[in-house]
Design a protein around this ligand. Structure first.
Ligand SMILES: Nc1nc2c(c(=O)[nH]1)N[C@H]1C(S)=C(S)[C@@H](COP(=O)(O)OP(=O)(O)OC[C@H]3O[C@@H](n4cnc5c(=O)[nH]c(N)nc54)[C@H](O)[C@@H]3O)O[C@H]1N2
Ligand SMILES: Nc1nc2c(c(=O)[nH]1)N[C@H]1C(S)=C(S)[C@@H](COP(=O)(O)OP(=O)(O)OC[C@H]3O[C@@H](n4cnc5c(=O)[nH]c(N)nc54)[C@H](O)[C@@H]3O)O[C@H]1N2
Ligand SMILES: [Mo]
Length: 667
């Protein structure tokens, strides 16, 4: 992104036309980033709560007063009987730059010995699934999608959530590729595909097993690739006998021909690329499902081609030096307890010893964490000391004792990797911090000084941190150094342009092969071969619950919001209109609901009101509420996470937002 500045004020932003991945295009939200930077409701100075928790009433205080109070409260807790584990950082993806996401903050909490947050809100199920099969978060180069002849968009809505990949998919389509969406919902992306396979939520693993059964039964396997570069094919073939396409079709709510044809297309139309994304892994069986799907390209040898294979995340191609950023040695041998972010409601209400202070940054947990009633019960606690660092008074900030104003991307240094491309990006500040706002890194630097943490690493500047992040012996990082990246803005990892990562094996697993049979899973007590792990909440897996709550509830990203970011700005809220529940005409008719009616969606965990949008986009039995709305901008002050559960996925302890049964009634 390029920023034009006049008299210290940013007046124009544009995509960097030299950047190959974006080609100078900004997404719907970031193209209006200046409105966020200069928004009227931006927090400009530190604030202290004056009203009751949740009311959002504050008075202005100085930085010194704010930091003195925080340092004194945290020091007292650290020295108390419950110790430093009574303090919990709550941070997530508000910014994912290495400096503002995970550097000085981690040093600070390591030195303190605070409880460790397991950040599982987004991707940990799929990450663990990929690790078991491929050895890490690695896959094909997204820039090669344009050359694929077959593309499967699997549990993803890239028109909305991954625009720059979609550009490549659209290009492939123009060149005649077949593009297939696998999604219970006819999303904006599914609408633009050549074919849409609308399976039941949480059944993706079953579909992949059925496909693999067909591939083996019809001799559509690349036996040479399998013999050279995979592990456990014979055991897998034996296992697949349990999963004929008729079984898969029944489990997924599809026709047998759909399963068989998908397998045949997948094997015969090449190069074949799978864009797997995180939608499909937000279920109880999400980790095993991702692992199972990741077996497909090795069976057919799709990896041989740069435009074939699978992409969930490119994260592990980067060799950033996280230990240099986070300094785990500051723990000094202590091993603080670990708290799962996806179950933070339970942690704040029931952990022993109790959590007595939270420091929230890059995160809006009251809006984005599951089972909001429990999360709120935690944040309402009078005895919980709560600090929120943010650019805005979010739903979470309303419960803060102290609010600290945070900078935006225009106002701080950072260095980024990506999970969806292969470039290192510099984030150079173009304007001074707005108001009295400070970067996260600076806040933790100042807090460290106040708390007497005198290790020299607490004095590193943000550019020191950028430099440290890129200092790495990893061959893909050779030639990628901070000073050069800062100048050019971006640099591709040291990889060939036509990069086919596993054309000749070389998977980062222990065996160096794609592991159909996973000894690492076996060691964890998990079935080492792919199997179907059903959703926790579905008619097949929990018929009693499904009798009371027969509809599957999905709350995927809205086009004009980025999780809950941007959802406070009028432009984006106006574009989304109001919270809406999309439902199929059959499900609406069965409940006497018409398009435009006010409805209430509910289950045992909670409920909220929104406007019915009757269309045939969700398959029957599925309802969709595009998210994540701020609670305070919703008609009854609630949102989708009133319904979602704190249950975690089979692998990786990931959140299971889309594994959620509900009922709907006219309000
Ligand atoms: N505009 C916008 N872009 C974003 C975000 C945003 O909030 N807004 N968020 C960013 C973040 S943090 C992330 S993690 C990514 C997420 O990006 P993706 O992982 O691509 O997720 P979504 O775009 O939410 O697409 C999820 C799709 O999965 C479908 N789905 C739900 N359950 C299932 C299932 O069981 N099986 C299958 N096959 N499909 C299912 C949903 O209907 C939805 O269409 O997007 C990023 N980009
Ligand atoms: N129901 C439902 N819930 C979901 C999802 C879903 O699909 N459905 N998606 C899940 C997913 S994929 C994700 S990734 C999570 C995301 O959850 P979060 O990471 O909490 O993301 P946001 O809601 O965007 O909130 C980030 C906050 O960080 C702030 N911020 C941005 N930059 C900075 C900075 O530099 N410093 C500080 N201090 N603050 C900053 C923003 O203003 C914003 O308030 O939500 C999850 N929750
Ligand atoms: Mo995410």
């Amino acid at each position: 992104m390029l920023v034009s500045v006049k008299d210290g004020v940013a007046i124009r932003i544009q995509g960097d036309p030299s950047m190959p991945f974006t080609d100078g295009t900004l997404c719907t939200k970031v193209s209006h980033y200046l409105e966020r930077t200069y928004a009227e409701d931006r927090v400009l100075h530190p604030l202290r709560r004056v009203g009751a928790k949740g009311r959002g009433q504050f008075e202005r205080i100085s930085w010194d007063a704010a930091l003195d109070e925080i340092a004194s409260r945290l020091s007292t807790l650290a020295a108390s009987e419950d110790g430093p584990e009574s303090i919990l950082p709550l941070s997530y993806a508000g910014t994912m730059g290495m400096v503002q996401f995970s550097s000085m903050d981690r040093r600070f909490f390591n030195r303190l010995g605070a409880s460790v947050l397991d950040r599982t809100l987004c991707s940990s199920a799929g990450k663990a699934g990929l690790k078991a099969t491929l050895g890490g978060s690695v896959g094909m180069d997204p820039e090669r999608f344009a050359e694929a002849r077959l593309i499967i968009i699997w549990g993803s809505n890239p028109v909305v959530s991954n625009l720059h990949l979609w550009t490549r998919v659209a290009e492939a389509r123009r060149r005649g590729a077949k593009v297939i969406a696998i999604d219970p919902y006819r999303s904006l992306s599914a609408e633009k595909c050549t074919q849409h396979i609308a399976l039941l939520p949480g059944t993706d693993g079953a579909l992949a097993l059925g496909m693999m059964h067909v591939l083996v039964a019809e001799d559509r396997i690349d036996l040479d690739y399998v013999a050279r570069y995979t592990l456990g094919f014979d055991e897998l073939a034996e296992r697949l006998k349990r999963y004929p396409p008729e079984w898969a079709a029944r489990t997924c709510g599809l026709r047998t021909e759909e399963v068989v044809q998908l397998a045949r297309d997948y094997a015969s139309v090449t190069p074949a690329a799978i864009r797997l994304n995180y939608g499909m892994q937000r279920h109880a069986g999400g980790g095993i499902a991702a692992r199972t799907i990741a077996c497909l390209p090795a069976l057919t040898g799709a990896w041989r081609d740069a435009a074939g294979g699978l992409l969930l995340s490119t994260n592990d191609f980067y060799g950033f030096d996280h230990a240099a950023l986070e300094r785990p040695e500051l723990l000094g041998g202590r091993r603080p307890r670990v708290i799962n972010h996806a179950a933070v409601g339970d942690a704040l209400t029931a952990a022993k010893p109790p959590v007595r202070a939270v420091v929230v940054y890059n995160n809006n947990p009251v809006a984005v964490c599951p089972e909001a009633e429990k999360v709120l019960a935690g944040f309402r606690r009078e005895d919980l000391f709560c600090v929120v660092m943010d650019c805005f008074l979010t739903d979470t900030a309303d419960y803060a004792d102290i609010v600290l104003p945070a900078t935006t991307q225009l106002e701080h240094f950072d260095v980024h990797k990506s999970y969806g491309h292969l470039y290192v990006l510099a984030n150079n500040p173009s304007i001074a911090p707005v108001g009295e706002s400070l970067p996260n890194s600076e806040v933790f630097r100042r807090l460290a000084a106040r708390m007497g943490f005198d290790e020299p690493c607490f004095r590193d500047s943000d550019e020191d941190l950028c430099r440290a992040a890129l200092r790495s012996a990893n061959p893909r990082m050779q030639g990628v150094a901070w000073d050069a990246v800062r100048e050019s803005g971006w640099q591709r990892l040291n990889l060939p342009e036509r990069f086919a990562p596993f054309a000749e094996g070389g998977f980062p697993t222990d065996s160096g092969r794609c592991e159909f049979y996973s000894a690492s899973l076996e060691r964890e007590g998990v079935d080492p071969l792919p199997f179907f792990n059903p959703p926790a909440e579905s008619a097949a897996s929990n018929p009693d619950l499904a009798r009371r709550f027969p509809l599957a509830f999905l709350s995927p990203p809205a086009r004009n919001f980025l999780n809950s970011t941007f959802a406070n700005l009028k432009r984006f809220r106006d574009r989304e209109g109001e919270p809406r529940l999309e439902l199929h005409a059959d499900d609406a008719a069965a409940r006497g609901i018409r398009d435009g009616d006010r409805v209430r969606v509910f289950n045992d965990r909670g409920g909220y009101r929104l406007r019915a949008q009757v269309n045939d986009k969700p398959r029957p039995g599925v309802v969709v509420a595009r998210s994540v709305w701020w609670r305070k901008f919703s008609p009854d002050g609630r949102n989708a996470n009133d319904l979602t559960s704190q249950r975690v996925s089979d692998l990786g302890g990931g959140a299971t937002f889309y594994d959620c049964l509900v009922e709907v009634e006219k309000a």
